[in-house]
Design a protein around this ligand. Structure first.
Ligand code: AP5
Length: 213
C-alpha cells in the first residue's frame, strides 16, 4: 500500500503517522523529518533546505523529489509506505506517480485531514517535539507527564524554529497557495478520502482506518 496523509501544517499528519505506522506495519516517510535530519547532519541538502525552512517556504521540488524517490526505493519500503508531507506541489505529485509506475506501483489512498486555520495556529504554537525519538506533544491537547521531558524515552522536548507565529502563518499561506491544489488532483483520481481532523486524536485515527478499509 502507498498511502498519502495530506493536510495543512499542524493538521496532525505526524501524530497520526506515528500511530498508523504500528497499526498498518508500513514505513513512515516524512519529508519534513528527512529534511530536519539533513540539517542536523549539516549535509549539502540540509544547508540549502535550511534557508527555505526557516522562512516557512517550500524547498525546491527537484531536491525534495530526489530525496523521497531515493527513500521509497529502499528495501524496507517494499511492503508499504505512509507518506507525510510529500507530495506538496503538483510537480511533486506527478513525479511520485511516475516513480511508482516505473516499479509497477501506484498511490492507493490519499487521506486528507481537514482542520480550520485558527486550530492550526493553536496547535503549531503549542507543539513540543522530542529531540531524541521525535514524539510530538502539545502543551494543552497532548501534554507530556512532566513538562519538557518525553514520556516515551526521557528525551528533552523542544519547539521547532518554524512554529513561531510569523513563520507558521507563512507556512499556512504557502500551503493554501501551493499544496491545496493537490487535493483536487487526487479527488479527480477517485482516491481521496476526507477526515475531520478537529476531533480527539483517537477518533481521527478511527476515521482514517475507515478510509483505508
Ligand atoms: P513538515 O515537517 O512536513 O511540516 P508540516 O507539513 O508543516 O506539518 P507539521 O509537522 O507542522 O504538522 P503535522 O500535520 O505533522 O502536525 P502534528 O502531528 O505535529 O515541513 C516543514 C518544512 O519542511 C516545510 O515548511 C518546508 O520548508 C519543508 N518541506 C517539507 N516537506 C516538503 C516538500 N514535500 N516540499 C518542499 N518542502 C518541504 O500536530 C501538530 C500539533 O497538534 C502537535 O502538538 C500535536 O500534539 C497536536 N495535535 C495533533 N492532532 C491533534 C488532535 N486531533 N487534537 C488536538 N491536538 C492535536
Amino acid at each position: 500500500m502507498i498511502i498519502i496523509l495530506l493536510g495543512a501544517p499542524g493538521a496532525g499528519k505526524g501524530t497520526q503517522s506515528e500511530i498508523l505506522e504500528d497499526q498498518l506495519q508500513t514505513v513512515h516517510v516524512s519529508s519534513g523529518d528527512l529534511l530536519r535530519d539533513h540539517r542536523k547532519r549539516g549535509t549539502e541538502l540540509g544547508k540549502i533546505a535550511e534557508d527555505y525552512m526557516v522562512k516557512g517556504e517550500l524547498v525546491p521540488d527537484n531536491l525534495v523529489i530526489a530525496m523521497i524517490t531515493d527513500r521509497i526505493a529502499a528495501p524496507d519500503a517494499d511492503h508499504g509506505v505512509l507518506l507525510d508531507g510529500f507530495p506538496r506541489t503538483l510537480p511533486q505529485a506527478s513525479a511520485l506517480g511516475d516513480a511508482l509506475s516505473l516499479k509497477g506501483k501506484m498511490v492507493n489512498s490519499v487521506v486528507y485531514v481537514k482542520v480550520d486555520n485558527e486550530t492550526l495556529l493553536d496547535r503549531l504554537s503549542g507543539r513540543w517535539t522530542c529531540r531524541n525519538c521525535g514524539h510530538v506533544y502539545h502543551e494543552k491537547f497532548a501534554p507530556p507527564k512532566v513538562a519538557g521531558i518525553c514520556d516515551e524515552c526521557g528525551g528533552e522536548l523542544y519547539q521547532r524554529d518554524d512554529d513561531k507565529r510569523e513563520t507558521a502563518m507563512k507556512r499556512l499561506e504557502v500551503y493554501f497557495n501551493q499544496t491545496s491544489p493537490i487535493i483536487e488532483y487526487y479527488r479527480e483520481r477517485h482516491i481521496l478520502c476526507e477526515v475531520n481532523g478537529e476531533q480527539p486524536i483517537e477518533l481521527v485515527t478511527n476515521d482514517i482506518m475507515k478510509c483505508l478499509s
